[in-house]
Design a binder for this molecule. Structure first.
Ligand code: C5P
Length: 479
């Protein structure tokens, strides 16, 4: 089966994948799998919301960067004087890399023209529920669902009343009834209408239905001499509210923490061309580095020789041998959390040759092995600069839990992530992992067994445990 190297894809494809995977909180690799699965199942929906608008348009392109849209909004423009602000709203949304498809109610067309809206949005404008061109394939359903958010601006008293009562007698109300996306309303009406008991009832109903609201603001009305609450929020305020709904802030529970991670195998030289190695791919350690970085940590990854791209935003120190790895780990201290996922060679060759060893008639050269420094144990037993949370890995082929428990005590670390690496599991070098988290809880040793997951998911779960333990209670000292 061919494998795909993300690094070698076109830049715009990479950007698209990164944005999409961040939005869906998946790894890039997992996101590619989802896209392929959905394509094979014949669902092209996930790709269409990100389609680049046709290049043939003569209207200006007001996007902040040339990058493709990240999300899409169906904007319903209601009939009120504030509809003119919706023209600016289209521009503000597009600046935020949001694709906008507009629907104008009949009343809205008294205030803004479909031509102006179309020129700004670079899209055709929808006005009619019974338009044969768009309704031949139930266009109102597509407008309701082929988007990430429905925005109603201005949301008139009449549109709110229709929505609260489930009417669907025109395109706008049919979309609002058919949508399964979040809806954001930007009300705009005369203060007396806003304060009317009927509007209050409708508003309360809409809030119970989970509809989001921005504004209205108070100020002067279009009607001479009238002021009060009812002015539609400014375009920039509505665009910011839409952005918050489209891209909720990503939690960064490890912000301010420094995380040190080792990964990969080590290569222990025999002579200038030969070395002792193991089958570790480094995937699990790299996934942890990426997850910790995504959680806001400052990450230093000390990696043995691997065939992986450096995770973005992570400081990577590339080393070969166990001794070099220890050196880099010590240089990276202090750290708040240290995770030793590397498969460090236990031994190295004592009599490493300066020249390539030759075959001679005297037989095979004797290779003397000496023990490598145990990085995990060394750091766990530090009195000065010991990271408050030290996590080791136990890759075992038998008696997994028992061996991991005794490793916890022997190495002096706080947690052990134990995984079965017997060949049948395919863990070594593979993409999935089954792990047991072994920790100390109230003086006892606790074993938390996780289901089989991708290495990225294991990493995210481990980072979530670390974040929880950092907030729950101070760590017990390692014994
Ligand atoms: O003793 P064993 O190799 O099974 O221990 C595994 C754990 O110890 C892993 O966390 C590994 O990164 C760490 N280790 C180390 N230095 C060594 C050997 C293992 O840091 N020399």
């Amino acid at each position: 089966m061919a494998s795909l190297t993300i690094r070698k894809l076109d830049d715009n494809v990479k950007t698209y994948l990164r944005l999409r995977s961040a939005k869906n909180r998946r790894s890039v690799e997992e996101e590619v799998r989802v896209i392929l699965r959905e394509l094979i199942e014949g669902r092209e929906e996930p790709l269409t919301p990100f389609a680049v608008p046709p290049a043939a348009s003569t209207a200006p392109t007001p996007q902040r960067t040339g990058a493709p849209p990240e999300a899409s909004v169906t904007l319903i423009i209601g009939g009120g004087i504030a509809a003119y602000k919706s023209l600016d709203l289209i521009r503000r949304l597009k600046e935020r890399r949001v694709e906008v498809r507009c629907v104008l109610t009949k009343a809205a067309q008294q205030f803004v023209t479909p031509l102006a809206v179309s020129a700004l949005s670079h899209e055709r404008v929808y006005t009619d529920l019974f338009d044969p061109q768009s309704e031949f394939d139930a266009g109102h359903i597509r407008l309701a669902r082929d988007c990430d958010l429905v925005v109603v601006a201005p949301a008139t008293a009449d549109l709110m009343a229709k929505m609260a009562n489930g009417h669907a007698d025109d395109l706008a109300s049919a979309i609002l009834l058919a949508t399964n996306r979040k809806v954001l309303l930007a009300p705009a009406m005369n203060p007396l209408m806003w304060n009317n008991a009927a509007t209050r009832r409708n508003l309360a109903q809409l809030q119970r239905d989970g509809v989001a609201l921005i504004g209205p603001n108070s100020g002067e009305m279009a009607e001479a001499g009238e002021a009060g609450i009812g002015r539609m929020s400014e375009a920039i305020e509505i665009a910011n509210a839409a952005e918050r709904l489209l891209r909720p802030p990503v939690p960064r529970p490890l912000a301010g923490k420094r995380v040190l991670i080792t990964a990969g195998p080590t290569h222990e030289p025999i002579d200038p061309v030969r070395y002792i190695a193991n089958r570790s791919s480094g995937k699990q350690g790299f996934a942890i580095a990426a997850a910790a970085q995504a959680a806001g940590a400052e990450v230093i990854l000390v990696s043995g020789p691997v065939d992986l791209d450096d995770p973005q935003g992570v400081t990577v120190k590339h080393v070969e041998s166990a001794r070099q790895m220890l050196e880099q780990v010590q240089a990276a201290l202090p750290a708040d959390i240290a995770i030793f996922a590397a498969a460090v060679a236990d031994w190295r060759v004592a009599n490493e040759g300066d020249q390539k060893l030759k075959k001679t008639s005297a037989g095979m050269p004797p290779l003397q092995l000496v023990e490598n420094p145990d990085i995990l144990a060394t750091i766990s037993k530090l009195t000065d600069k010991r990271p408050p949370l030290v996590i080791g890995f136990a890759a075992e082929t038998e008696h997994l839990i028992d061996n991991a428990k005794s490793k916890l005590a022997r190495k002096g670390c706080d947690w052990i992530v134990a995984n079965d690496v017997s060949p049948a599991t395919g863990v070594m070098g593979g993409d999935r992992n089954t792990v047991h988290l072994i920790s100390r809880k109230d003086g006892e040793i606790a074993v938390d067994s996780w289901p089989v997951m991708t290495k990225e998911q294991v990493a995210i779960e481990l980072v979530a445990h670390i974040a929880r333990s950092a907030t729950e209670k101070p760590l017990e000292p390692a014994s």
